[in-house]
Design a protein around this ligand. Sequence first.
Ligand code: API
Length: 276
Amino acid sequence: MNGRSFVKMHGLGNDFVVIDAREEAFTPTEDQSRLIADRRFGIGCDQFIIIEKSQNPNANAFMRIKNADGSEVGACGNATRCIASILMNETGQDTVTVETLAGFLKVSKEENGLITANMGPALLDWKDIPLSEERDTLNTGIKLPPLRNPVCVNMGNPHAVFFVEDAEAIELEALGPRLEHHPLFPELANISVASLVGDNHIRLRVFERGVGITSACGSGACAAAVAASRRGLTDKKVQVDLDGGPLFIHWQEDNTVLMTGPVSKVFEGHIAPELL
Ligand SMILES: N[C@H](CCC[C@H](N)C(=O)O)C(=O)O
């Protein structure tokens, strides 16, 4: 039976179709990625993840990340934990390195079974977000009422974090698409609304670039924790409550960001050759 096997996984409900292309190469087109991600005509996922051989001996594998709209991106925190768990099970190692377009991510298994990924450095300069003009990324100055003046952070992908009184009260479905395509974001952006719910504890909702609202966004949680600390709202260790559950973030002194959270495997399947 040709076609390809896949694994369906998620991190706090941010879900993935994962295929292993290390032995038999496969680089999906944008159209193929969109079809696989389609929840009616395909399998359905937020991101389509392809595991490939890394050219670097220091990495266990390369992780290619395709959003539901077919766009290829540099970072996906929840998928990083999922792929790392596959590699840990294969190798018996408790620490592995996942290569992405944005860099090499070291990932470790905790005693409690949660997975911690070092998502790399938080990039804070306007040119690294990137923004289309020079702005103070701590108060970027974008206004789309009731949202205003986000903190922008790049975690291997661009994020704009708006702090609000009550994140649940924001019409993110309506505001997300407009802000995702704001002219200040030449590479578009992931749009988050965050509110402080306790000491070093924030609530976060994310409209993901190339997807829409997801149950969780790992790189978004990293960006929001960095943003909250930059704004003086929290320390550098932050619990981030997403729709699907909590992630635990630590913005380290070396400017890299640790993200700790769960991994779930749901089922295995076979993609019909007509979809490939
Ligand atoms: N939509 C994101 C990629 C996936 C991020 C998210 N699923 C995560 O866990 O970090 C982007 O276009 O930058």
